[in-house]
Design a protein around this ligand. Sequence first.
Ligand code: FES
Length: 426
Amino acid sequence: MMADYAALVQPDRVHSAVFTSEDIYKDELEKIFYRYWVYVAHESEIPRPGDYCTKWIGEKQLIVSRAADGSIGIFFNRCRHRGAAVCMDEYGNANFFRCPYHGWTYNSAGDLVGVPYPSRYGEGFDKSTLGLARVPRVDTSAGFIFASMAPDGPPLAEHLGKAAGFLADFVKASPLGTVSLSAGTSKSAFWGNWKFVGMDGYHTNFTHKTVLDLRQRKAGASYNRGAGNSDKSANESWDLGNGHCRLDLTGRDKVAIGAASNTSIAAGIPDNADGHEYMRLMSEAYGDGAHEVIRRSRDVHIHVWPNLQLIGSQVRVIRPLAAGHTEVMSYPAMLDGVPDSINTERIRSFEWFSGVASFGTPDDTEVFERNQIGLRADYIPWLVLARGLTVAPQEDGSTVGNVTDEVPQRAQMKAWLRSMTSPEVS
Ligand code: FES
C-alpha cells in the first residue's frame, strides 16, 4: 500500500515512518535515486583513458569509465548475457571488461566486442545491440560527475541551481581550479536513515562537545566556541532550492596568513614558506581576489540533494542501504598544483574531524543510531522541525535562517515530498 506522503510531511513536523519504513525506503530508491540527478564520482578518480571505478546509486552498481576519446560513460555493472557483474574492482585501468562467468568482453565504451566460441550463435545474434546498458544522462559540474537514470528531465545545471556556484567555489582553493580525490577514502556505515546526514548547525555544541573541548584546550583563551552556533550567532542556514542547503559560517573569525588556527588550509594558511608559496600561486591565478577566493572555498558547507556534501576540505557521499542502514564515503579533497605540505595539512584536518576514526564523525554516527532507535518508539510518531519556522523566503527564493534553525531539514523534506509525489522528474 502506497503511503500518503503529503500527510507524513507537515510544515513543522515529519512522521517517523519517513525514516523507518522499508516500503518508503524502496520507494525513495525508485522516485529519488533512480530518477533525479545523483552524484556518482569525481573526474579525478578516472583521469586517464581506460580508467574506471565502480560506484553505486542505491542498490545498483555502476561502472564509471573514461573512454579512449576522453569521454565519461556510466554503465550498469551487469553483463548482457546472464547478468553477472563484469567488474568487481573499485578502481583500475583496462581496455576491456571481461565477464568472469562465460567470458563476454566489453570495451571501455561499453561495446560488446567479443564472445567465446562465436560460431555457435545464429544469424540474428547482433553484438552491437548487446553492449553494457548505459545510464542515460551523465553530466559534470566543477569536476563532480552526476548521473540520472531518467532519460528525460531538467538538465543538471537546472537541478543544481544555486548549488553550482558553491561547487565552483570549492575547487577554487586550487590555483588550477581543480581538486583530486586521490588521498584515499574513509568508508563507514551506521544503523540509521540516510536522511539524517544533513546540514545541521543545531547539534554541534552538543553532539561534538568532546572535540570542541579538546580544541578549546589546544587553542586556549583565543578560542571562541560560542561564535559557532547559538541564537546570537552571525552564522546562517540556507535553503538553496531543490533540496540543496548550506550553512554559512562566515561569521567566524576571518582567515589570514599567520592567523591562530588549527593546521588546515580550510581554517588558516600556515605562515611558512609553503603557505607563502601557496598564496603566490593563488595570487597568480586569481589576482587581487585571491584572499576572497580562499575564504569562499573554505566556507563551502553545502549539501547537494540527495547524496553529496562538501564541507571545508571534505567530500562526503551518502548511500542508503536500507531504511535504517546507511553508508558514508568521505574523501579529503586534494588541491591540484599546490605545495605538498598544504595537502598534507588538509589530510591531517580530515583525520582530526571527518575520517571514520576521527574525533567528529563517530559522534555523528552515534547520534544517528540513537535517532533510529528513538524513532522506533513511535507512540507519538512525529519529529518536530519547527525551529526558525517563521523565516521568510528572500527575493531570490532562498530561505536564510539562523545557523541553528531547521531551515536545511525543512528544505530537504520539501524536496523529498516533491520527488515522492511527482509523477515525472520536474
Ligand atoms: Fe556474463 Fe555469461 S553472464 S558472460
